[in-house]
Write a protein that binds this ligand. Structure first.
Ligand SMILES: C[S@@+](CC[C@H](N)C(=O)[O-])C[C@H]1O[C@@H](n2cnc3c(N)ncnc32)[C@H](O)[C@@H]1O
Length: 213
């Protein structure tokens, strides 16, 4: 497995992972807002809810092996996952387009990209992914789905025309009930997708591939 060799990126990531793992109370506070009403993204405005180091390293290695250049992400949060994507994009001579609904999270993520020396390869689109990703160019190599799970399916429908044969889609939190309509769609369309579960722990992750032309 190829690991990130850049010390500045690694130290930024280590610090952010440390902060993310010390957020048990923040997460509890966020989740408790869902007792009386459905949870909303703003309930998690202070929470990283990030991918794990293991997931990040897996994705980085995969992107290098496949020489992926055009990478798209739904759900930036404070930018932990985006730093793995950006590190790979920099090595591969590519770029990342990532999108986040909450402006405060966008600002902090941008600072983290600056600190890691990756601002030049990461474009942050602030707003609702269903709007911000509508006009991105065709030919996506790799898509990371890690935003609000019930938007996975409508977003996939918007992005499908921008896929090319071999496009990979890594979906976090694939075991959540709210992600099931999306997975049902993927498995109901074997002429378009090949798909497999990677992890069951931590919400589950699925790797899918667009196999149509
Ligand atoms: C699980 S977090 C992303 C974690 C991030 N990928 C990481 O690993 O560091 C999901 C993020 O999606 C954002 N989000 C939710 N709904 C969104 C929408 N409609 N458009 C864009 N971002 C959205 C949330 O505000 C939240 O920050």
């Amino acid at each position: 497995m190829q690991l990130i060799a850049d010390n500045v990126i690694n130290s930024t990531l280590n610090q952010l992972h440390r902060e993310a793992s010390s957020q048990k109370f923040t997460l509890f506070k966020s989740l408790s807002k869902g007792i009386f009403r459905p949870l909303q993204p703003v309930d998690f405005k202070d929470a990283y809810i990030a991918i794990s180091k293991g997931q990040g390293q897996y994705i980085y290695d995969l992107l290098l092996k496949r020489q992926s250049k055009y990478i798209v992400e739904f759900g930036t949060s404070f930018g932990i996952s985006t730093l793995y994507l950006g590190a790979a994009a920099k090595k591969n001579g590519g770029k990342v387009i990532t999108t986040e609904l909450l402006p405060e999270k966008c600002r902090v993520a941008e600072q983290n990209f600056e600190k890691a020396g990756l601002s030049d390869v990461i474009e942050v689109r602030e707003g609702d992914a269903l709007q911000t990703l509508r006009d991105i160019p065709d030919g996506i190599d790799f898509l990371l789905m890690d935003g609000w799970n019930d938007l996975y399916l409508p977003l996939l429908e918007i992005l499908e025309p921008k896929f090319k044969k071999g496009t990979l889609i890594y979906t976090d939190n694939a075991s959540f009930a709210s992600a099931q309509p999306y997975l049902n769609y993927i498995y109901a369309n074997p002429q378009k997708y090949r798909s497999q579960r990677l992890y069951d722990e931590k919400g589950g992750s699925e790797l899918s591939q667009w196999i149509a032309d």
